[in-house]
Each structure stands twice: as C-alpha cells, then as structure tokens.
Design a protein around this ligand. Structure first.
Ligand code: EPZ
Length: 458
C-alpha cells in the first residue's frame, strides 16, 4: 500500500471524518458470551507523545504500531500545521521534521486535542521559541499545566501566558535550554514527558525528581534514546538526561496499549468469558491483573506477550484507589466500576488522580447499578444484573465502561457520544464482534432513540 498523507479525515481507516458531528450510536445486545483471541493495538498515550517527540529530530523518523485513532489524526494535524511532513502506511508513520516552518500551534487544533500541548517541549528545545495555546480543561478535570511551565522556566526559558497561549522562548544568542535539577510536585505524566524531551537538547544535565513512571514515559525515553538522546532512569522516580547537540533519525515501534488490554480483560471478567489477548506486556498491568485476580478471575501467560483471561465463579468485591504508576491506573477506573456493579458484595472505588472522573456513575445507575458517590469515592453495591438502556458517554474511558456494561446487561443498550470512544479505541466494535459480541454502529433513528442532552467535552 502506498504511503498516504495523514490528517485527511479519511486518512485513517474506521475513523469518522468529523467525530463530533457523527450522530451514530452503538447498539449492544447484552448477555454476551465471548471467546477467542483479540489483538491489542499500539498505545494511544505513547503514540501521541512519540509523534510530538519527532519534532526533536531534524531528519525523518519512522514510527510503527501507531493505532488508527481520532486523537492520532488530530496530533498529525498539529504537526502538519507546524510544517512537518507526515505520511502513513497502515500503522506506520514517516514523520519528517527537517522543515519546521511555524512555532505557533493553532488554537483550533490544540483545543480539539489536549495532548497536542506536548509539542511545547520539543518545539522550544529545537527552535528556541514555542507558542502553544493552553489546552484547557476537559470532562475529567481542569488539567492545569503549571508543572510543565515551571520546569521549562527552570531550564532557562522565558515562559509567560498571554491571552490563553503559553509563550515560551530561550533568551540569549545560544537559544539552548540549560540543564536543571527539577522536582515535580506531582508525578505528572505530561510534565515528565515535556521536560524529558526538552532536556534532550539542553546544555548540560537535567535531573527530574518525583518523575512519572508510566510505561508510556519509558516508551518515549526509549524512542528518544533511539534518536541518540542520553537518558537514564526512565521508569523510576528520578530521570537524568544529558543534553546532546542534535538527534538523528530512527525506526521505532511503540508498545501495545495497556489500557486497551485492561479493557478487554474486564470484558472477559464482566461477561464471565475466557479470552486471550496479544500483544500484551504483563508488567505494564501489574495492578490491574492483581485486582482482577482479587475479584476472582485469573490471568495466565500463554506465550511471549500473550495472556488468557479465565473468569471465576463469581465477581468478588474489591476496593480500588487510583494513583500514579505502579499504582492502579486512573484510566481503568471506569471499566472496573462497571465490573464491580455486578460483584457479590460492596466495593469502594476512590479516584485520586482527576477531580471529576466519576461521571459514568449516573449512566451505570441508569442501567440498574447501585452506586453512591461521596466526593471522589464511589460505594458500589453489587446487583444481580444490569439492564440495557439508552446511555450517554461523557469521556473516553466512561464510554468504554458503558460498552462493558452493555455486554453484560439484560436487553439492549444504546450508547450515544461515540466520538469519545473513537478517540482512544481502534476498531473496538470489530474486535468485540470478533470475540462473539453482538453490537453495531447505527444512526440514532435506526436505533429508535432520541438524542440525549448534548455534552460538549474535549
Ligand atoms: C496522561 O494525562 C494521559 N494522557 C491520561 O490518559 C492519563 O489519565 C494521565 O496521564 C494519568 O496517567 C496522555 O498521555 C495523552 P498528568 P496527563 O499530568 O499527562 C495534575 C486517557 O484516558 N497536573 O499525569 O494530562 C492533573 O490535573 C487519558 O487515555 C497538575 O496539577 O496527566 C491531574 O490531576 C486521560 N499540573 C494529575 O496531575 C500539571 O502541570 C495527573 O495529570 C500537570 C498535571
């Protein structure tokens, strides 16, 4: 297949041209029994930051295992707007950042993808100047970026916010950042990634203390090292980067998506089905696997990077508190809440990472769950069964939770707000149908449902 330009709405297969405008809904016939094997795509949260990291290199880079997602499409649009050349061949991207013609990311693009704020670090380090609109909040929280800003200032950049845009530039003639010793008040994934990328081209050594340890941070570090960056300690809470004058091209494959894998493991658990998944890196899912075992299931390794989920006799109640890696991932909280709604007891789920990430509770309760909230805690009283209903997705992982609940529910569930789902799951319906689920994407009219209150959340 010849290389095709990315960032044309039809540039990625199965990605609707304008997801928000798409009024289709997902109709799920419940009481599904799944079987077989599902292939896991490349990690969304690696793909987005590695694409931004390609800005650091003045030659062409090849990045493999990039999932076809709306968010990837949108990151491609931002990079094209900066003057980069991108071509796609299946799940392989060729990104040429030799000619960066602009140092201002357009607001209308950044406002559609928060992760495009990741370009600020590499753009500043490479060009000496970067102007990136504040990404703004989203459905799950305010999403501030002061840790990114303060870290860049510690590295010698002049950074100020004016009219909703972060203006950053390196004063002086050398136009190179200076190595610094940075302590992050919170192990922010994005701030760690922004500062690690910026430090690769700085003069001197940068130490990031209290750094995020997520696998996607390690994946980004490995991508930068493949381009010649000198990074030690990624995956621990202290990362050391020795700046180098420039980086060279590389051909790099990103890791599989641990959150997609976790979502399918929960699909097996909530439908009491035995399924296998690959590729998967079990050490990326230690907390999730431990909690699935505590809830009565089991996960057995079937070969290199391949596991099988085996359901238990019941779904035992468990307590979960989300936290930075290696803690329980916040991106799996909604999916586990769907599972715990069918447990034989009471579960306590505490969300500590984002301040507004319990919006799926109301929709799960509309399906017959018995969940009460107290601040950022949810007390889940297990019920014997869920019932299908028309529901509205409010954010990416909430939409996944509603799909899982729909698979287990008695009757039909119709999910609106699919643009959230399309941001983060590649070919989800096809993969679930491949496991035996009965679901299809139809218009709201075909599903016989009227549009629920429109939710605008990015
Ligand atoms: C990344 O977001 C992921 N997104 C999120 O995945 C994930 O939930 C999150 O990390 C935590 O693991 C991408 O990688 C594209 P943070 P990020 O900075 O970097 C606060 C998904 O569903 N904070 O670690 O934005 C922040 O408000 C998405 O795939 C500050 O206060 O997460 C939040 O409460 C959702 N100031 C907490 O830290 C800052 O300067 C964690 O945020 C930065 C962050």
């Amino acid at each position: 297949m010849e290389a095709k330009p990315i960032a044309t709405p039809t540039g990625l297969h199965n990605v609707p041209a304008s997801p928000e405008a798409d009024d289709s809904v997902l109709k799920i016939y419940g009481r599904a029994s799944l079987s077989g094997h599902v292939s896991i795509s490349g990690a969304k949260n690696s793909a987005l930051v590695v694409m931004a990291g390609a800005l650091l290199c003045s030659q062409q880079c090849r990045i493999r295992n990039i999932p076809s997602l709306v968010d990837v499409e949108r990151m491609g649009e931002v990079l094209l707007a900066l003057g980069m050349k991108i071509s796609r061949d299946g799940n392989t991207l060729d990104i040429d950042a030799s000619t960066i013609r602009h140092t201002k990311a357009p607001y209308e693009l950044v406002s559609r993808l928060r992760a495009s704020f990741f370009v600020i670090g590499p753009l500043l380090a490479r060009m000496g100047v970067a102007r990136v609109p504040l990404p703004g909040g989203c459905a799950i929280g305010a999403r501030p970026v002061e840790l990114h800003v303060r870290g860049l200032q510690a590295m010698g950049a002049d950074v100020h916010i004016d009219h909703g845009t972060v203006h950053a530039y390196i004063p002086g003639s050398r136009r190179r950042l200076q190595g610094a010793h940075i302590y992050l008040d919170y192990p922010s994934v994005g701030a760690t990634e922004t500062l690690m990328m910026a430090a690769t081209l700085a003069d001197g050594e940068t130490i990031i203390e209290n750094a995020a340890q997520e696998p996607e941070v390690v994946d980004l570090a490995n991508f930068c090292r493949a381009m010649g960056a000198r990074i030690r300690g990624a995956g621990t809470n202290t990362i050391t980067i020795a700046g180098v004058p420039s980086l060279h091209s590389t051909d790099y494959g990103i890791i599989p998506d641990r959150i997609e894998a976790g979502t399918f493991l929960v699909a097996g658990a909530i439908t009491r089905s035995e399924i296998s998944l690959s590729p998967i890196i079990p050490e990326h899912l230690t907390a999730v696997i431990a909690k699935l075992r505590e809830a009565g299931g089991d996960i057995v390794e079937e070969g290199p990077n391949r596991v099988r989920f085996i359901p238990g006799d019941t779904i035992r109640p468990i307590n979960i508190q989300t936290g930075p890696f290696p803690g329980f991932p916040t991106d799996m909280q909604a999916q586990f809440m769907a599972l715990m709604s069918l447990c034989d007891g009471n579960s306590l789920i505490t969300e500590t990472v984002f301040e507004n990430r319990l919006r799926h509770v109301a929709e799960l309760n509309r399906m017959g769950a018995d969940i009460r909230m107290n601040g950022t805690c949810a007390i889940v009283k297990g019920v014997s069964g869920l019932s299908g209903a028309p529901v509205l997705a409010t954010d990416l992982r909430a939409s996944a939770a509603l799909v899982l609940a729909g698979l287990a529910a008695q009757g039909t569930t119709v999910i609106q707000g699919l643009h959230h789902l399309d941001r983060g799951y590649e070919n989800l319906e096809a993969k679930l149908r491949g496991l035996g689920a009965n679901l299809s994407r139809v218009t709201a009219a075909e599903a016989g449902t009227t549009p629920l209150a429109a939710e605008v959340s990015l």
